[in-house]
Design a protein around this ligand. Structure first.
Ligand SMILES: *Cc1c(COP(=O)(O)O)cnc(C)c1O
Length: 360
């Protein structure tokens, strides 16, 4: 496989996203690694069986690994990658995590704690001193930045330094920022995970995940868990995720500029208590005045914005998060998370503004 990281000087991420994970530049090689639909391989090689490897996985892994600056292991979903990383913690070990993590991550941590597998300690991830103190005696400091859906931003280098000084490893869920905006391994984190379902695939048609590790030891441990537990991605999903990843830089550029402009235009709207935006990325959380009822009205009164969970697709979607019983009670009832897509900004703003104006 063509390895863009082997070239000096390194290419820009926009280029790497396009050229990595391709067959060698030789006559009659295909431009893209095809979908390898096979359960088994002729014996005597490195692959042997479809649960251990697939060339379609490798193409995706080489590309995302090059973008994050580590080695990537693809999984069946984001939560499968998260489960594999949490399983690196020794039985009874402590995991520090943000109070406002992805609800599935909190549910998984709570289950690990209920079964005695691990102990979870929740923190305010913006309070770096509190995170540092909590990391004393912990096995793993886990966090998202920005958090879902509160959009809090963590001080990654400071947390990594404190955690490492206390002997804990650090894993970052980089789903919201993507490797285009933030590369935690460059700040010393040990592991990164992605829900590739979101920005990486980018078209709301795939569920997939990935974990990226800095050390060979962690890569081997993750591959072992994928093989043992069987949370493997399908070859077609992996092909689609890589196809999506090729255009991530241009998609994100448009989505981000739409988001920034939308934040400017929504500022001070009478129907809104708050507009939360960390200053980068394409997720905005708005807090509708009056709580659950007007927020539920809002998501029914648009033509373009789709009321749906998930995020990171080319199409704009939004969702009142507290409609889920699993969402944290510290998230306001009226908080609606917007995943800003690639449509024309005037259409996006116009559709949302007429719905907000109609709330009276
Ligand atoms: C969606 C999401 C996940 C879970 O990923 P799946 O692909 O749905 O399993 C994990 N972390 C974050 C931040 C997410 O948004």
């Amino acid at each position: 496989m063509y390895d863009p990281t082997a070239s000096v000087p390194a290419f820009h991420p926009e280029t790497t996203a396009i050229i990595a994970g391709r067959p060698p530049h030789e006559p009659d090689q295909p431009m893209s690694v095809p979908v390898h639909l096979t359960s088994t391989y002729v014996a005597g090689g490195e692959l042997e069986y479809g649960r251990y490897g697939n060339p379609s996985w490798t193409a995706f892994e080489d590309t995302l690994g090059a973008l994050e600056g580590g080695r990537c292991v693809a999984f069946a979903s984001g939560i499968a990658a998260i489960a594999a990383v949490l399983d690196l913690v020794e039985p009874g070990g402590t995991v520090v995590a943000p109070r406002h993590s992805y609800t599935g991550t909190v549910a998984l941590l709570d289950e690990l704690e209920a079964t005695g597998r691990a102990r979870a300690v929740y923190v305010d991830i913006t309070d770096t001193d509190a995170v540092a103190a909590a990391s004393r005696g912990a096995a793993l400091v886990w966090f998202e930045s920005p958090t879902n859906p509160a959009l809090e931003v963590a001080d990654i280098p400071a947390i990594v330094a404190a955690a490492h000084a206390n002997g804990a490893i650090v894993a970052v869920d980089n789903t919201f920022a993507t490797p285009l905006l933030q590369r935690p391994l460059e700040h010393g984190a040990d592991l990164v995970v992605h829900s590739a379902t979101k920005y990486i695939s980018g078209h709301s048609d795939v569920l997939m995940g990935a974990a990226i590790a800095a050390s060979d030891e962690h890569v081997a441990a993750l591959v072992k868990r994928r093989s043992l537990f069987g949370a493997i991605p399908g070859p077609l999903e992996t092909f689609l995720a890589l196809r999506g990843l090729r255009t991530l830089p241009v998609r994100l550029e448009r989505a981000q500029s739409n988001a920034a402009e939308l934040v400017r235009r929504l500022a001070g709207h009478a129907a809104l208590e708050e507009v939360r935006y960390p200053g980068f990325g394409a997720i905005i959380s708005i807090v509708v005045r009056g709580g659950a009822e007007p927020a539920d009205e809002l998501v029914q009164r648009t033509r373009l914005w789709v009321h749906a969970t998930s995020l990171g697709g080319v199409e704009s979607t939004f969702e009142r998060r507290r409609r889920w019983p699993s969402e944290q009670p510290t998230i306001p009832e009226g908080l609606v998370r917007l995943s800003v897509g690639l449509e024309h900004i005037d259409d996006l703003h116009g559709d949302l503004a007429q719905a907000l104006d109609s709330l009276g």
